[in-house]
Design a protein. Structure first.
Length: 250
């Protein structure tokens, strides 16, 4: 029994010694309460920007925005002028195409038709004259008193002239038909030229309208940028003036 009590006492003493060691160990590892950083000081604070430098940067940004706005205004003006020139050029193209079609219909076609008719009438008249001369020759040489050889030569010459006149008239009529086809082709070309010019004019107008919207948007953005920077700059200046300045110690 004494041995059991002695063993229990030893075990109890051993437990007390271990507890004391753990307490000492934990106490030695923990830093002093006075040196322990607070939660606020433990978290690193970012460096605050200097208000003077921020204001200076905003001033530079404001001046750059003003320069960009002026550059945008000049670019907008140049592109508007170019767009107006393109529309004017397209209008001139329409007017020129319409005028060409009018001149063709009013002057070229009548002149060509009249010239062709005159040539046909001339060839037809020549053919009639040659036929009349041939008939006269045949009637004149019908008498027996003329030599047979002479009569045949004269009549053959007259017939040949008639044949040539017939061929001239046929060729003139064919050329007249060919000129009619060429005039119709030319009329179609001029008509298509008018339509193409009108299409280009409509395209230039639509492009000018789209460009106007894009340019207005560019100007609005450039002006809005100045307003935004100016608003930030004023806010920083007000904040700087409202911040109390540290008093000097005597």
């Amino acid at each position: 029994m004494l041995r059991a009590m002695s063993r229990s006492a030893c075990w109890f003493a051993l437990v007390l010694f271990a507890s004391a060691c753990n307490s000492v160990t934990s106490t030695g590892n923990a830093p002093p309460a006075s040196n322990a950083p607070s939660p606020e000081s433990a978290s690193a604070k970012p460096d605050e920007e200097d208000p003077t430098e921020v204001i200076a940067a905003l001033k530079r940004e404001f001046e750059e925005a003003r320069i960009e706005l002026r550059s945008t205004e000049l670019s907008v003006e140049d592109r508007r002028l170019d767009s107006a020139h393109q529309i004017e050029k397209a209008q001139r193209g329409v007017e020129a195409a319409q005028r060409a079609l009018e001149l063709f219909a009013e002057w070229e076609v009548p002149l060509q038709v009249d010239s062709a008719k005159l040539e046909v009438d001339r060839d037809r008249g020549n053919l009639l004259d040659q036929r009349a001369e041939l008939a006269e020759l045949e009637a004149m040489y019908a008498a027996e008193e003329f030599a047979k050889t002479t009569k045949e030569l004269v009549i053959q010459r007259g017939r040949r002239h008639v044949a040539h006149a017939e061929r001239d008239l046929e060729l003139t009529e064919r050329r007249l038909r060919q000129e009619e086809i060429a005039r119709e082709h030319r009329r179609l070309e001029l008509t298509h030229a008018v339509r193409d010019a009108e299409f280009e004019l409509r395209g230039a107008g639509a492009e000018a309208e789209k460009l106007g919207l894009d340019l207005d948007l560019e100007l609005r953005r450039a002006r809005q940028k100045i307003d935004d920077v100016e608003r930030k700059l004023r806010k920083k200046i007000v904040e700087q003036n409202a911040t109390p300045k540290p008093t000097e110690r005597s």
